[in-house]
Design a protein. Structure first.
Length: 379
């Protein structure tokens, strides 16, 4: 639905009811992906598309029917017609399922909040229940870039917690997807299929220090979906040829680059230089910013000395408590590649509030019931 966010935002601000038709499943050669939407209001205004033209008329009529009758959300399937090339159907040979529901903006203030974020260029996600108990079909929950949940309508704390966790995870990853939740006694008693619509750029991973560990970490960071930047003040080391997996390689003093670049609550900062002239001004700044993770490489002795220098630089204790150092989980890593895995594992564990212990040592659900906000406590 975020393909038509501008118009939906206007209609929501005007408290104008509308019918929303969302592609919830495709098979074969369907022209548009899952999540694409068409909307129509009572005055006959229509925006968006679900098929590139093949079945727009039929979907529009269904929208008007749902909008005027106020009937519950309804699903419809459209496919290729062998008998009549001009009949309602997808001449491309595919099939698509569409969910049509009536939206009254006064009852969906969370949607208005999410659309406001999207149209302002900020990250947001809308989770929409597309399969499950009939009374929950079409219900939505919105999550904004700081991880806040807005006026959930999915029903009940158990439902809300499970759906919000999936929405936050996909928002962090910057992708839309269909996911299953529930179906067990520890989360939701019944199984739900939700479609999470996201608007988010890739989260950033800022790696400071053009060393071998940075090369391995940039590769795994990109694999995890981060937009990776490697920064070092030494031009002989900070070259694109040495870091082919980084999205950008910057030659600059680390603290100066960090002060000038854009970060948010999903940003992961890795300080791999273990050189005080770089580390101290950089960490002093990084620990004061609204970022999700800050880690610094070095031995325990290096870490203790670094803490002394940061305290001398008047860094508050609550900022120091955010520093992950020595960086990474205890995997017994030796090589740059193994070390990169240990760092990435700690970032994932911190993001989802995982313990980092082997699952065989724990009991209860493997997946956490809820996901924390997208940033740790901030200054």
């Amino acid at each position: 639905m975020l393909n038509i966010a501008d118009t939906l935002h206007t209609w929501c601000r005007e408290a104008r009811p509308f019918a929303l038709a969302t592609v919830i499943q495709v098979s074969g050669s369907a022209p548009l992906p899952v999540g694409t939407a068409l909307a129509a209001d009572a005055d006959g205004n229509v925006v968006g598309s679900v098929s590139g033209g093949c079945v727009e008329g039929a979907v529009y009529e269904l929208c008007q029917q749902v909008l005027k009758s106020g009937e519950p959300p309804t699903r419809a399937r459209f496919g290729y017609s062998d008998d009549d090339a001009f009949a309602i159907g997808l001449t491309c040979g595919g099939e698509l399922d569409v969910l049509v529901q009536r939206i009254a903006p006064t009852d969906h203030r969370h949607l208005t909040a999410a659309l406001n974020e999207v149209t302002s260029g900020r990250p947001a996600a809308v989770a929409q229940i597309i399969d499950g108990p009939e009374e929950l079909l079409g219900r939505m929950l919105s999550v904004t870039g700081d991880g806040s949940t807005h006026d959930a309508t999915v029903g009940g704390e158990e439902w809300e917690g499970a759906v919000a966790a999936q929405a936050r995870a996909l928002l962090r990853a910057g992708r839309s997807d269909r996911v299953e939740v529930g179906g067990d006694a520890t989360t939701c008693p019944e199984r739900l299929t939700i479609l999470v619509h996201t608007h988010a750029s890739r989260p950033r991973m800022l790696i400071f220090g053009a060393v071998d560990f940075a090369g391995a970490l940039s590769e795994i960071g990109r694999f995890l979906g981060y937009r990776v930047t490697v920064c070092d003040a030494r031009p002989v080391f900070a070259t694109p040829a040495r870091f082919p997996h980084a999205d950008e390689v910057v030659v600059d003093w680390p603290h100066r680059y960090l002060a000038a670049t854009e970060v948010d609550a999903r940003t992961a900062v890795g300080v791999l230089t273990h050189d005080a002239k770089f580390d101290i001004p950089l960490l002093r700044l990084a620990l004061s910013l609204r970022v999700g993770y800050v880690g610094a490489m070095g031995s325990r002795r290096t870490h203790e000395h670094r803490l002394e220098l940061l305290r001398e630089a008047d860094v508050p204790e609550e900022h120091l408590a955010r520093l992950h150092s020595p960086i990474g989980l205890d995997l017994g890593a030796r090589t740059p590649e193994e070390t990169a895995i240990s760092i990435a594992a700690e970032i994932v564990a911190h993001t989802h509030q995982g313990s980092g212990t082997p699952l065989i040592w724990s009991t209860g659900p493997i997946h956490h019931k809820t996901t924390p906000p997208m940033a740790s406590s901030q200054a």
